[in-house]
Design a protein around this ligand. Structure first.
Ligand code: ADP
Ligand code: MG
Length: 704
């Protein structure tokens, strides 16, 4: 029998671990094997390669190592304010070391007049510099020798620390583990030609160096190699999935461009933007071949996605197929229906609307019959369109507006609506995500982007105001209403404190009602506690201009299009995320005229809130806002990506490592193009690695 690879050994067999600690490692960090343990990388390193001069410490100084003589030792303060202060002096100057806890114990260890090695992070308070809770050791041959190194620090949890699995404990075990691993135990997973091209160290070397680096340079190389590996295999897997899907799934062939498309195009009252033309070309490329289209269309609100979708539907119709368009809410669906009907006037294409609200057996029966016979060419409705009783004659294309609420199960149903092939799918979203993120989160989809607004569109003028300006804000509202426009006032809704939010909203409503009394002013109110029917009714009232002001929680986020609304006031702005603010703001400025957004907040703001508000005031570009959002909150929290689970990297950081990501993506792309199934001998290491990790790559193609 072949020797079992040491890396596969259960972690309890590791010296210094045992069954009890193994249990903790499993529960706390999901570490089951030697290999898992080896893959638990340090999150930082303590630079023990040099001693810092005390005089050189400034506000930029991170963790440092000092060497000096203890000159003074005293406790000050009483009770909880009690602290131990030690003065450390080196030839260049002196600094205070401070302890707030464990004072008695530490005091006993320290000796005035002795020389120590100290490690810690300086703290600045006004002009006073100190090092709180440093690591401190008496000078010895060991800690001052030229055996200088970068000491790894590992993530640990309270439960682990209680069992000596703190950074130090883990370090000890890692060291032992690495001493037992032979180069042949670590299989190289990157082809030689990639390693040579990118000058990457081999995998064994990289793993050794990531734990116990010889110096900064070897650490950087190791880290780059392992980051590349992470990003490369993810990209490869995503692109491969996409490639296989493209090869396996055939789609309907929309061979020709005919009367429907051309008739519409000729009548179009405006020129398409270049971005729209590009997107239509991309879609055309998909559907003119025998492949199945699965495409995401991203673009800000108002960038003209719907026209692109409509023209795609016309391609389907020109080739004898039906198309459907689904929206997440009834009201949005209805709006799409009205727009499409208007856009297609005089073209003799039957468009039908269907949703839960279409009542009456006879009426529904007729709609279903005309759908089944193929007389209806375009069906527009809510996501309920994919439910069972609805049968198409030949559905060739499905457009999904706002994909976030469209799950995998729904997709499966949609696929069943058509045979022999599934309908082509185009998903539209107005939530832009940064490109680097799109590569990863949507890596197995094709993505089209509209990054250009139709000409003449004015950005929504955005201002930040606090309560002190409230009267002027009311004045501005009056002005807008006098001009015949309408106003949104939006309150945050956070689920944990629904009651509080509702109170907040109601108070706001009352104060607005006092300020804008009936009968001169009519006010709508919409919130999440209302019945859908009542919500709908109020929204319609506002849409029909029967009311002037709409007081609402964020339910309007993907709501109605009311071109006459020119002003949006957002209350408690600090409680909204950037993406959401951007979405909300997109509700105004749809009429072509000037539009405004006022962000209300308290006077005191956190740095982050201030940054968010400034970003909103500075730009209307959804992609820029998404980038900022990603910087503020980290890639894992961006809308639409949470569920993907693709963004949890050990080392790579999509923000900082976008260059590595780009290279990884390019190389993965080339491999998939040339050798989709990884049959070439030079790609054997990749293939074997993917096979060995099969379980780790489950559930990877979930979006849309
Ligand atoms: P989205 O779906 O991306 O929010 P829409 O497709 O609804 O945007 O377009 C918003 C408005 O802009 C619509 O009234 C549409 O007719 C108009 N529009 C779309 N494309 C153009 C264009 N190229 N030039 C001028 N107006 C356009
Ligand atoms: Mg739209």
């Amino acid at each position: 029998m072949a020797e079992q690879n040491i890396l596969k050994s259960p972690i309890e067999y590791m010296k210094g671990v045992g069954p009890f600690r193994a249990d903790i490692l499993k529960k706390e960090l999901g570490i089951h094997t030697f290999e898992d343990f080896l893959m638990h990388f340090p999150f930082r390193y303590v630079d023990k390669t040099q001693f810092h001069r005390i005089a050189d410490i400034d506000e930029e100084t991170e963790n440092i190592q000092l060497k000096g003589v203890l000159r003074r030792l005293e406790t000050t303060g009483e009770g909880r304010k009690k602290r131990l202060v030690a003065r450390l002096r080196d030839p260049s100057g002196a600094i205070d070391l401070v302890w707030f806890k464990g004072i008695r114990f530490i005091e006993k260890q320290l000796q005035i007049g002795s020389e120590y090695v100290v490690y810690g992070k300086p703290n600045f308070f006004k002009s006073y510099i100190s090092i709180p809770h440093p690591e401190i050791e008496i000078v010895s041959a060991e800690n001052t020798q030229e055996a200088a190194f970068l000491e790894p620090v590992y993530r640990s949890t309270e439960k682990m620390k209680a069992k000596h699995l703190d950074a130090k404990g883990i370090r000890k075990i890692q060291k032992l583990l690495l001493s037992r691993i032979k180069p042949t135990d670590i299989k190289e997973n990157l082809p030689e030609y990639i390693r040579t091209k990118l000058k990457l160290p081999n995998r064994y070397e990289a793993l050794r160096q990531i734990h116990f680096p010889s110096n900064q340079k070897t650490l950087r190389l190791a880290s780059n190699r392992l980051k590349f590996e992470e990003l490369f295999f993810l990209q490869l897997k995503l692109l491969q999935t996409r490639g296989v899907r493209k090869e396996t799934f055939k789609g309907y062939h929309f061979r020709r461009i005919g009367d429907a498309f051309n008739g519409f195009y000729k009548k179009l009252p405006f020129e398409l933007t270049n971005a729209q033309k590009r997107v239509i070309k991309e879609i055309r490329q998909d559907v003119r071949t025998n492949r199945h289209m699965n495409r995401l269309l991203q673009g800000d609100v108002g960038s003209g996605k719907t026209i692109c979708a409509l023209m795609t539907m016309l391609m389907a119709i020109d080739n004898g197929f039906q198309a459907c368009l689904m929206a997440p809410t009834e009201i949005l669906a209805k709006q799409h229906f009205n727009n499409v009907t208007k856009d297609l006037e005089g073209l003799d294409i039957k468009v039908e609307f269907l949703s839960g609200s279409v009542k009456g057996k006879k009426k529904r029966g007729k709609i279903l019959a005309e759908l089944a016979s193929g007389e209806t060419k375009i069906l527009i409705g809510t996501h309920a369109l994919i439910e069972d009783p609805i049968i198409f004659k030949n559905l060739g294309l499905a457009i999904i507006d706002e994909q976030h609420r469209f799950g995998v199960a729904q997709r499966a149903k949609l696929w069943k609506k058509s045979s022999p092939y599934p309908p082509h799918i185009l998903v539209m979203t107005a939530t832009p995500i940064p490109r680097t993120l799109a590569m990863t989160a949507y890596g197995d989809l094709d993505v089209s982007v509209i990054d250009e607004m139709p000409p003449g569109r004015k950005p929504v003028k955005t201002m930040h105001k606090t309560d002190a300006h409230r009267l002027r804000v009311f004045g501005f509202m009056r002005e807008q209403i006098k001009k015949g426009h309408q106003v949104y006032i939006v309150y945050p809704l956070i689920e944990e404190s629904e009651t509080l939010d509702l109170n907040n909203l109601m108070e706001g409503y009352e104060s607005i009602s006092r300020e804008f009394p009936i009968p001169e002013y009519q006010i709508s109110i919409v919130h999440g506690r209302m019945k859908p029917k009542d919500k709908e009714f109020e929204m319609q009232r506002f849409a029909k201009h029967e009311t002037h002001i709409m007081v609402a929680t964020t339910v309007i986020e993907v709501g109605v299009n009311v071109p006459n609304a020119t002003l949006m006031i957002i209350e408690n702005t600090e409680r909204f995320g950037l993406a959401q603010l951007h979405q909300l703001r997109g509700r105004v400025g749809r009429g072509g005229g000037e539009a405004f957004c006022i962000l209300m907040s308290s006077f005191k703001l956190s740095t982050e809130s201030r940054h968010r508000i400034k970003t909103m005031c500075d730009t209307n570009d959804g992609f820029k806002i998404a980038e900022e959002d990603m910087k503020l909150r980290g890639p894992g929290n961006i809308a639409g990506t949470q569920q993907s689970g693709l963004l949890h990297f050990k080392l790579a950081d999509l923000l900082k490592d976008h260059k590595i990501l780009k290279v990884a993506r390019e190389i993965a792309h080339r491999i998939v193009e040339d050798d989709l199934k990884l049959e070439r001998s030079e790609h054997l290491p990749i293939k074997e690695y993917l096979l060995s990790r099969k379980d780790g790559y489950k559930g990877w193609s979930r979006i849309s």
